[in-house]
Design a binder for this molecule. Sequence first.
Ligand SMILES: [Zn+2]
Length: 238
Amino acid sequence: MVSAAVALLLLAGVVAVRHPVAAGASGQSLVVARVETTKRVVALTFDDGPHPLWTPVVQERLAAEHVPATFFLIGHDVVRRPDLMRNELANGSEVGDHTFRHPILTRLRADKVRAELVAGREAITDNGGPRPTLFRPPYGKTNEAIDAAARAEGMRTILWDLSLEHFVDHVAVAKGVAKLVDQVRPGSIILAHDGGKSDRSRTLQALPLLIAQLKARGYRFVTVTQLLSDGTAEANRT
Ligand SMILES: [Zn+2]
């Protein structure tokens, strides 16, 4: 059954698949987990970087395939390795705010939530990045107040409909990638990680397979910002 909030999002050309939040006072939530489009476009997103070990390898693989991605950065790590963020931007990717210290926002007071969003954004802008318009809450944990706080700072909340690590961390990588590819739809937003405390070598191993198989199925990789504009364009035509 489709909830009222999801139905409204469908009208806007945007689908909240995974974590639909209640519609706000305006009657419309802006939380996005996938974009409704008939174009074979897909967005790769990477969370928790920049990381000195994983991020350069992800960069290298994306650049070799001319694939842009959207990186949701932890401010604390941007301050320590701004060069890695600048490389992402130089390679045609975009960056979004993933807070400064990666807390569970739903456990914080409103003023602390705002402070995390702003400090995450400033880590990006103070180090030569553009002011972010996209926000991803750590662990995908959000609610109406957090979404509103992000919107007040000029950022749209972006979740995901498919997680790469969910598919490849517990089975053979090639098998997991094949299953994931079967579930990708036009407008999908794929979550992956290039940072955090976990070993990301399976993600790195999966990445070239994922890119090759989606390209073979006619998919084009775009940033989340491009995906949002494609989705809206499709919705306007119907
Ligand atoms: Zn994260």
